[in-house]
Design a protein around this ligand. Structure first.
Ligand code: ATP
Ligand code: PRP
Ligand code: MG
Length: 283
């Protein structure tokens, strides 16, 4: 049995549970459950505050865990990064009052900075030779300058709207962060085998994430032109239709290039284009 630590509620919870579900790992959860076993895969999920996940994985209370890179770096616990998961993307930045004239990093000399990430901030300030006072608060960091608690903040920024609504501006990006799958350094061979299967499934889900399955009808004499604009995984599938002179072409398209390619397909003469989501992809 592999034990996975997952944030009990908050920004990481939903995407982590969705990933496990897409990997066909069935879990029954209710609000008060703190530990739950899967009914169809040898894993159990332990629900924790995200702050506690690095320590639990490093200490072997959990075998693996999903945690923000910011939290993992801040805690400096001895665990391995197994995989970057690509969700909960954000950055840790320094921000100051929007009307202050920012002159560069030296501005922070002698200032007081409020943050929930003192270790990362201290490391950054030391590396840059800045002497500032660090004031630790665990939440509502953005309010600190407005109530006279600090001159600046160091916190998570994503869209930037929290900064704007608190009259702050981002002046330095210190690190980028995303959700990580971290693992204990001393996993048994048996647990490594389960982890390998879990990673295989996660890989298949991730590979399919930005892809679409596309089917279209094409006049037989245009099939060659159509194939030229299709960047499928291998070559597309071409099948004759019941109506003579027409073929059906099936392929996989990258979502990012989707509209550009569909436009070209239509111009060449493709009709009845169907676009389907792909659940999993094993390459
Ligand atoms: N606005 C955001 N956009 C994207 N990712 C974010 C955002 N805010 C936080 N995150 C990421 O999600 C993680 C969890 O954020 P959350 O706000 O749920 O933490 P928390 O309040 O410390 O939760 P907990 O109660 O578990 O301690 C953060 O450590 C960060 O990696
Ligand atoms: O740049 P933005 O898109 O505004 O996101 C940044 C905000 O998101 C997070 O807080 P969250 O909304 O999770 O609330 P919390 O402070 O209660 O954790 C983070 O602590 C920032 O305050
Ligand atoms: Mg937390």
């Amino acid at each position: 049995m592999l034990r996975i630590a997952v944030q009990s509620k908050g920004r990481l919870y939903e995407d982590t549970m969705a990933l496990l579900e897409e990997a066909d790992i069935k879990l029954s959860t209710s609000k008060r459950t703190l530990l739950t076993q899967s009914s169809n895969f040898p894993v159990e999920v332990l629900f924790l505050r995200d702050d506690d996940i690095p320590q639990c994985v490093a200490g072997g209370i959990a075998d693996v865990g999903v945690v923000g890179e910011n939290e993992f770096v801040e805690r400096a616990e001895d665990a391995d990064i197994i995989q970057r998961l690509g969700f909960s993307k954000c950055r840790l930045s320094l921000a100051i009052h929007k009307e202050v004239d920012y002159t560069g990093l030296e501005w922070f000399n002698g200032k007081k900075i409020a943050t929930s990430y003192p270790a990362i901030l201290k490391n950054f300030l030391d590396r840059n030779g800045i002497k500032a006072e660090i004031h630790v608060i665990t939440g509502s960091v953005e309010i600190a300058p407005g109530i006279g608690l600090a001159d600046a903040i160091f916190d998570i920024v994503s869209s930037g709207s929290t900064l704007i609504s608190n009259n702050l501006k981002e002046v330095e990006v210190v690190m980028k962060s995303e959700a990580l799958l971290i693992g204990n350094k001393g996993l048994s061979d048996e647990k490594k085998e389960i982890l390998k299967e879990l990673l295989f499934r996660i890989g298949a889900v991730k590979a399919a994430e930005d892809k679409k399955y596309v089917l279209m009808n094409v006049p037989a004499d245009k099939v060659k032109d159509i194939i030229e604009v299709l960047p499928g995984i291998k070559s597309p599938t071409v099948m004759p239709l019941a109506t003579e002179g027409w073929s059906s072409v099936h392929t996989v398209l990258d979502e990012k290039r989707f509209w550009e390619i569909i436009g070209k397909l239509k111009a060449i003469g493709a009709q009845g284009i169907l676009v389907l989501p792909i659940e999993k992809m094993i390459l």
